[in-house]
Design a protein around this ligand. Structure first.
Ligand code: GLN
Length: 546
């Protein structure tokens, strides 16, 4: 508390997919580099209460925070780019806003009044934004969707009102637009930007800064022209040039003077930005000394958005080794026993990521077997750990037909099963899961502590015995089979502090074989690559040199 929080609102125009999330994350990084504390919030116009139940095919990855919120993948960018501690107050959807307004209405909290979009929904939105007030120097709020959408109007009305509520020197509006280059005319075109700003002004918001996505630098003349038509000073027209590496974005913004103009508009005096860590990351990205191929055996293979954090974490894992990590996506539904070796032959390391549903499971089990037998480094994450356990149970422990209860309700050996009862440290039951449980929010979600065994790949990686990692799953290692599997050589290298939940399994006699129940990819940052990824990449590089 005690911060006089200034608010930056980021909207987007012209088309979707301009990278508003990355832009917001980069602005956050830039303001942090000037010594300010930052948080970022995403307001999403869709009606789902959270993205937990949404198909990653449509919406991309579900990002999980320490407090167990299932959030939009943009929060992953925010955490990778800044030191902000994000949680349930950093992502609101139309559904979540309406849910709380309707709950209040049912409780009679509106005292018989007619409940309306303005002011009740807009007030609820403003309250959600103001949860961040006092916690940091700068709160960035990204509004999902594109100007002109019907869905985002209440959010825009709420942020319009906030400037009057909070005062001009405490609020900045940034609008991200597109300035396309038209080859036949040989020119950059400003009309889409003009129209988008016109639309925004018709709602009552005059942007202070324009971030113009484009493939080349805007000339001073063009900035003047855009400034004139959009009623923005030309120094506040910023070239948001396409970059080769996403971690270059804060550097480009800084060169364009974005942090200067924000500081000026918000009346903040800070030190000049320190961006050496960012320069270092970009240098690592652009000048690798070697490369390694990682085979990702998964289901949503043709949509890399659903593995956003994973892809980033793998890239980060290469940085300490000055190594470029090539990702080879292998669709597990196409893998069978006869073609497995052929499909995986180019992979120096094999990774089976998280996932849901039974499609492609047998292909993943073949991949794990291949990795185990051929001593190829294997990294199984969540579902990938389940796969490793099933493969071991079937092929080493002789439990024929062993499976996860998720995929086979009749298996004799449910080595992965639902944890039916769930207790907190006071032995109070906090959750019961069975096949009839609701889908939304019934998983083990968020950060849980884990204790590591000596002489394990895990402990060597973390260099510590006590870790905390984030979870998102319904099924667990089944302790009924623990003794059998351990007797046959499975190494349980990480458990919950009480020892009742198996969190990491490994194989000895293997260069690197590890499955973890949690999702380490959510905590990897470009300047702080996650130790499990760093070590998996190290082992894969070693394997590639064989
Ligand atoms: N489908 C598995 C479960 O619900 C694994 C989930 C995951 O990989 N995130 O337990």
């Amino acid at each position: 508390m005690g911060h006089n929080t200034k608010f930056i609102f980021v909207t987007g125009g012209v088309v979707s997919s301009l990278g508003k999330g990355l832009a917001s994350a980069s602005i956050g990084a830039l303001m942090e580099s000037r010594g300010l504390s930052v948080t970022i919030q995403k307001l999403d116009p869709y009606i789902n209460v959270d993205p937990g139940t949404m198909n990653p095919f449509q919406h991309g990855e579900v990002f999980v925070t320490d407090d167990g919120s299932e959030t939009d993948l943009d929060l992953g960018h925010y955490e990778r780019f800044t030191n902000a501690n994000l949680g349930k107050n950093n992502n609101f959807t139309t559904g979540k806003i309406y849910n709380s307004v309707i709950t209040k209405e049912r409780k009679g909290e509106y005292l018989g009044g007619t409940v309306q979009v303005i002011p009740h929904i807009t007030d609820e939105i403003k309250n959600s934004i103001m949860l961040l007030a006092g916690t940091v120097d700068i709160a960035l709020i990204e509004i999902g969707g594109t100007i002109g959408d019907i869905e985002s109007l209440p959010f825009l009305e709420a942020i319009r009102q906030l400037r009057a509520d909070l005062g001009r020197e405490n609020v900045v509006y940034i609008h991200l637009t597109l300035v396309p280059y038209i080859p036949t005319a040989g020119e950059l075109k400003t009309k889409p930007t003009q129209h988008s700003v016109k639309e925004l002004r018709s709602i009552g918001i005059q942007p202070d800064i324009l971030l113009c996505r484009t493939d080349r630098y805007l000339s001073q003349d063009l900035k003047k022209k855009i400034g004139l038509f959009c009623n923005v000073s030309s120094e506040a027209v910023i070239t948001a040039k396409d970059v080769e590496c996403i971690y270059e974005v804060p550097l480009v913004y800084q060169q364009e003077g974005l942090d200067e103009i924000i500081s000026k508009l918000l009346h903040i005096w800070t030190r000049s930005p320190r961006l050496d860590t960012w320069l270092n990351v970009v240098d690592k990205f652009k000048n690798p000394e070697k490369s390694v191929n990682i085979g990702i055996v998964g289901k949503y293979v043709d949509l890399t958005e659903s593995y956003k954090s994973l892809n980033e974490a793998l890239t980060h894992g290469g940085f300490p080794h000055s190594c470029k990590v090539n990702l080879i996506y292998i669709d597990s539904t196409t893998i069978d026993e006869s073609n497995c070796a052929e499909k995986l032959k180019d992979a120096d390391g094999i990774l089976v990521p998280g996932g849901f549903g039974s499609r492609g499971i047998e292909g993943k089990i073949h991949a794990a077997k291949y990795a185990r037998e051929n001593k190829v480094p294997y990294f199984g994450i969540c579902l990938g750990m389940h796969i490793a356990v099933i493969e071991f149970a079937r092929n080493i422990a002789g439990l024929k037909g062993a499976n996860s209860f998720e995929f086979d309700k009749k298996t004799e050996y449910p080595v992965i099963n639902l944890m039916h009862e769930w207790y907190d440290e006071h032995k109070k039951r906090i959750e019961t899961r069975d096949i009839n449980s609701d889908y939304g929010g019934t998983m083990r979600l968020g950060a849980y502590p884990c204790v590591l065994e000596d002489d394990s790949f895990a402990k060597e990686s973390y260099n510590s015995s006590d870790i905390s990692e984030r979870h998102r799953h319904r099924y667990e290692f089944n302790n009924d089979f623990k003794d059998t599997l351990v007797e046959n050589g499975l190494f349980i290298s990480g458990t919950s502090p009480k020892g009742d939940l198996v969190e990491i399994v490994e194989l000895k006699d293997h260069p690197w074989f590890l499955g973890c129940q949690f999702h380490p990819e959510f905590k990897s940052k470009p300047m702080k690559p996650h130790p499990l990824f760093t070590e998996f990449i190290r082992a894969s590089i070693k394997n590639s040199n064989k």
